[in-house]
Design a protein around this ligand. Sequence first.
Ligand code: PLP
Length: 444
Amino acid sequence: MASNDFNMDNQWLPFTPNRAFQKDPRVFVAADGMEFTTHDGRKVIDGISSLWCVGAGHNRRPIAEAIKKQLDTLDYATAFQVSNDRAFEAATLIADMAPGDLNKVLFCNSGSEAADTSLKVALAYHRARGEGHRNVFIGRERGYHGVGFGGMSVGGIPGNRKAFGSAFLPRVDHMRFIHDPVHHAYIHNQEPVWADDPLTDLEQRILPLHDPSNVAAIIVEPVAGSAGWYLPPQGYLQKLRAICDKHGILLIFDEVITGFGRMGTNFASDYYGVVPDMLNFAKCVTNGVIPLGGVICRDKLYDQMMKTDAPEHVVEFFHGYTYSGHPVACAAAVATLDLMKNEQLFSRAAEMAPVLGDAFHSAFKGLPNVIGIRSLGLAAAVELAPMAGLPGKRAYDIFVDCFHKGALVRPAGDVIVIAPPYIVEKSHIDTLVNTLADSIRKFS
Ligand code: PLP
């Protein structure tokens, strides 16, 4: 196929500079294992698991077979007032993997829907227990919780908010970001230890300002993924849990990126030993093959919602999506999670994490414009000094150059992230890192 087959007459691409894309289309037509094939027949290594989704690598037969079988058996059934056997099976598997009493899975179709669902559960739960006045949400600067109005409101990436005027939830605040560029620019598979506690601002300014008794929930990504793989300082999530417990505030972990193996554990929650009240997931749960997301809630949330005086025919939680628990997506999830268990892919992610981190720190430290390197779990980031007056341009140019040299990496502002599928070999990491180093030099 020729580039001019992709003329942009009819497709408007998401989170993509469409004008630049039109001049230089990047189009995949096939994928297998660690590699894509482009429309012009070139191979490109998937260095980012197709945006943190494809943990098990591409074109995995057991997942495809499970989907085909499901299509031939029960293609679809409405999710309201009835359910399907695959949704029960997937929910059980997911709840079994989740820590603590995170047992009740509310399915949706994406990370954005998971964010909005979790915020709505928080409001409904507090109301059910007679605290309907709790309607303040607290997110974090540079947090990403998708693109719905709820997720956008608690999200903190300025570019994602700028164009949308005042279309935010009315009572939202943001904690300060977790990054100390002076003392912790370079982090190598360890948790940074901060002299200065970033949660002091939450305790001393934000909570007194709103009064903790009005706060419904605090939502964070355990590791800030979309912003560019920023790691919480040691003890941060534990302390956040304690603050929430002290004030009756629900803690939501958005594990859309960190869930299902990226940290070498089931969830980042396991990695850090902190159990949230709700855990949002999507992406890797189906290996990215079919959309599926969800919110895993602690028993106490569900139990409270069931403790109602309303007659039994009345719906307890007025929320859901037409495709919640879609049987084909749930069949994909069951097959994905079975495959990940059978091949011990989370352990493999843990095993390859230091290989990726070592490669990053030895290849990039000292290269022109490199101002930070962070690695933890099977993901690593190299932070670059922005070009004067053109934020994001250096990383974008590097991303395009890497693509043309056969490596898909992820630009996030002026950070470049690599987060390969868990099946990655050292040879792939070397190729990805060497390609990226060449491009960093080229755009110095
Ligand atoms: N939450 C987090 C932490 C994410 O990283 C993402 C996507 O990258 C989302 C939510 C949104 O997910 P989706 O694009 O599936 O709506």
